[in-house]
Write a protein that binds this ligand. Sequence first.
Ligand SMILES: Cc1cc2nc3c(=O)[nH]c(=O)nc-3n(C[C@H](O)[C@H](O)[C@H](O)COP(=O)(O)OP(=O)(O)OC[C@H]3O[C@@H](n4cnc5c(N)ncnc54)[C@H](O)[C@@H]3O)c2cc1C
Length: 337
Amino acid sequence: MEIQENISLKAYNTFGVEANARYFTEVHSTEELQEVLRKWRGGRPFILGGGSNILLTGQLEGLVIKNNIRGKAITGKKGGRAWVSAGGGENWHELVLWCLDRGLGGIENLSLIPGTTGAAPIQNIGAYGCEFSEVFHQLEAVEMDTGAIHSFGKEACRFGYRDSIFKQELRGLYCITRVSLELTAANHRINTAYGDIRRTLDGQGITEPTIHDVSRAVIAIRSGKLPDPKVLGNSGSFFKNPELPPEQFRRLQQQFPDVVHYPLEDGRVKIPAGWLVEQAGWKGKRLGGAGCYEKQALVLVNYGQATGRDILALAERVQQSVEEKFGIWLETEVNVI
Ligand SMILES: Cc1cc2nc3c(=O)[nH]c(=O)nc-3n(C[C@H](O)[C@H](O)[C@H](O)COP(=O)(O)OP(=O)(O)OC[C@H]3O[C@@H](n4cnc5c(N)ncnc54)[C@H](O)[C@@H]3O)c2cc1C
């Protein structure tokens, strides 16, 4: 186990902001992680995946552990179903492509989401009408304070919209080392309900899409809409879409009759945060080196020289003006560290 000191995390976060880790190490197996936890005496370490859902606002004083636990395998097949197990440090998109290559479906709509497989359950990643929790089977995690291995089934994870128990009560307490998915090996459930996917496939003349067609369509849509972090630092959607109780929504609609909204099954109403940010006048605006992306107001970007604090200052200004105009406080989807 090698622990390095004063390591720049600029290359380890997709916002590309400068921040140092006082101590830094990488783990490649559960045993290596347990050894680090056994020997380390300086407080609970911070687990780093692909750095695509964090905003670093200062130096990290403790130990940062980069999860590099790899390995993926099909662990079982039965009646048109297949179970896949992957190390927490596996790149999520590579896992999606690996599954597609083996004819396994269920995660094609989640193509091209950056980050690691171990972080996918944390915020229950979702896109284009599909959520990670729909294919989740089970996970293994190491308790940071004891080094003990625990497994979590679906119920224990308490998945919600961009949420799980690992973002709530168990925040920072576990390192997810292995994730198991239940996928389809036959009779795939093709999900093209999302308008953009349908339009892209129609444009290609594809009427009976395969899981590969859906993945390619998602990749094409995402590449056209979202900034590539290698070119323009960002962490995807910065804010969560607010879900309003019916009464609050009715009042909002009286004041703003053209409010974009999606009724949810439980009676609440989802408002796209991007619409709120855009209506508050932030789309394409810059504040120093930070800005709201010109094609999608929900994505905050680093134009090159922004610090984490600059981006946080912009986020807070956006939150304030959305609250002043609409009476809604936007919650951050990105983890501010
Ligand atoms: C361009 C772009 C597009 C995006 N699009 C989407 C999208 O469509 N849908 C979506 O849901 N998200 C999206 N995201 C957000 C991001 O990709 C996901 O949240 C992803 O799961 C984060 O993975 P990561 O490995 O980079 O996590 P990190 O940013 O490294 O970590 C995020 C949090 O999880 C913790 N963590 C990481 N790994 C572990 C682990 N193994 N065990 C315990 N804790 C851990 C960290 O401590 C941190 O608190 C996007 C991001 C970008 C940059």
